[in-house]
Write a protein that binds this ligand. Structure first.
Ligand code: ADP
Length: 446
């Protein structure tokens, strides 16, 4: 096992990882920008190193500075969290070259899954169903028109290097295809330095259902069930639940086993998420994330498994001690992403938290990196915490969520709490009847 882990992240996830380290008896190193000197993840770590000025490119994304922090503190492993360098294959490689363990998959697996075209090809060969679309990259105009015609409109133009919903364009008719392709290309070039695009069938009413997988790189792999992340705004998840109201245990077992089996064949190491769109009883792979997900706690709540702790164990060379038969699903969990944003305009709302009162009680978990008196800096993601609620049934979970939201008080800044208060009162949410477009439609109503 490691003696000291450096956590190359900030906010709630840095704290989440520290908690797992502490329970394993590992000492923790926090890194921070000058804007984060007063952050909770810095205060609670055993040691901390300032790695630069506020912009992420000069701090949390700066590999030489992170390496120096490892050297100064003698850390023997790095946990990247999510975002920042968590899916940067080069970072994983550089760490390994310096004899520092990257807590995550091999750089090769990160690289393959980071390229959406290569990922789709890879998983298809492993037996995972994919969205109908072009056979890899689409180059010329004639080819694009032919492919789209073949699949049938509407189609979705997607960037091979895309992420966070960027480089994606829905095309309703042939006349718009070429201009949308050009737009997707230039957006992707600007954001990711790559203008490779491909075409997929645009599914009109799917749910976003993802399978949590876990492997040890030593021939063992399991799945931890699904999460339903269909409530999205601008392709960003807002509320997630597990299990999905749309699946039954047969469907879960079937798709879960396909995924676990694929990870076994790939000899995948660590935690991963295989994302699908689910429509009319069929699953369509869209991408695989080779890291811890923001919404991992809902899986922890229904399985009782500490995913971060397992990540650290496996990275240290241990075999997976869990078998598929050890995994049981108990009750229902929902996560609400609490952002420092206006609940309707979604305008960021950084600033000082003058009052902070999180909810408590049975089945309520708040993963957050803030505290009363803390000033949220304007430079980073607006996620300030996650309210995660567990109940024996979905209904109990919803009632508990309503109760927990009513206790949650955050003053001094705007947050998305009022949005969740509205959402849980909608009959469609209560009945679990929503697809990936539901939230946008709801928000566009006056
Ligand atoms: P990113 O990496 O940018 O998040 P994803 O491929 O994960 O991109 O897709 C993000 C979201 O975009 C999905 O959750 C879904 O809402 C929507 N989406 C992606 N592919 C399709 C598709 N073929 N049809 C309809 N919606 C899609």
């Amino acid at each position: 096992m490691f003696d000291k882990v450096l956590i190359a992240n900030r906010g709630e996830i840095a704290l989440r990882i520290q908690r797992a380290c502490k329970e394993l008896g590992i000492s923790t190193v926090a890194v921070h920008s000058t804007a984060d000197a007063e952050a909770m993840h810095v205060r609670l770590a055993d040691e901390s190193v300032c790695i630069g000025p506020p912009p992420a490119s000069d701090s949390y994304l700066n590999i030489p500075r992170l390496l120096a922090a490892c050297e100064i503190t003698g850390a023997d492993a790095v946990h990247p969290g999510y975002g920042f360098l968590s899916e940067n294959a080069r970072f994983a490689e550089i760490l390994e070259d310096h004899n520092i363990t990257f807590i995550g998959p091999t750089s090769e697996h990160i690289r393959v899954m980071g390229d959406k075209i290569a990922a789709k090809e890879t998983v298809q060969k492993l037996g995972i169903p994919v969205v109908p679309g072009s056979d890899g990259e689409v180059k010329g105009d004639d080819e694009a028109l032919k492919v789209a015609e073949g699949i049938g409109y509407p189609v979705l133009v997607k960037a091979a290097s895309g992420g966070g919903g960027r480089g994606m364009k829905v095309v309703q008719k042939a006349a718009d295809l070429l201009s949308s392709m050009a737009a997707a290309r230039s957006e992707s070039k600007a954001a990711f330095g790559d203008d490779t695009v491909y075409i997929e069938k645009f599914l009109t009413k799917p749910r976003h259902i993802e399978i949590q997988v876990f492997g040890d790189g030593q021939g063992n792999a399991i799945h931890l069930g699904e999460r339903d992340c269909s409530l999205q705004r601008r392709h960003q998840k807002v509320l997630e639940e597990a299990p999905s109201p749309a699946l039954n245990s047969d469907l879960r077992t079937k798709i879960g086993e396909v995924c676990a089996d694929a990870m076994k064949k790939l000899n995948y190491r660590g935690a991963g998420t295989i994302e699908f769109l689910y429509e009319d009883g069929e699953f369509y792979f869209i991408e695989m994330n080779t890291r811890l997900q923001v919404e991992h706690p809902i899986t922890e709540m229904i399985t009782g498994i500490d995913i971060v702790l397992e990540q650290i164990r496996v990275a240290s060379g241990s075999q997976l001690t869990l078998t598929q038969d050890d995994i049981t699903f108990s009750g229902h969990a929902i996560e609400c992403r609490i952002n420092a944003e206006h609940a309707r305009t979604f305008r960021p709302s950084p600033g000082r938290i003058t009052y902070w009162h999180p909810p408590g009680g049975l089945g309520v978990r708040v993963d957050s990196g803030v505290y009363q008196g803390y000033s949220i800096p304007p430079y980073y993601d607006s996620l300030i915490g996650k309210l995660v609620v567990h109940g024996k049934t979905r209904n109990e979970c919803l009632m508990r969520l309503k109760r927990a939201l009513s206790e949650f008080v955050i003053d001094g800044i705007e947050t998305t709490i009022p949005l969740f208060n509205e959402l849980i009162r909608q009959p469609d949410i209560a009945n679990g009847m929503y697809d990936i477009h539901w939230l946008e439609k709801f928000l566009s109503k006056p």
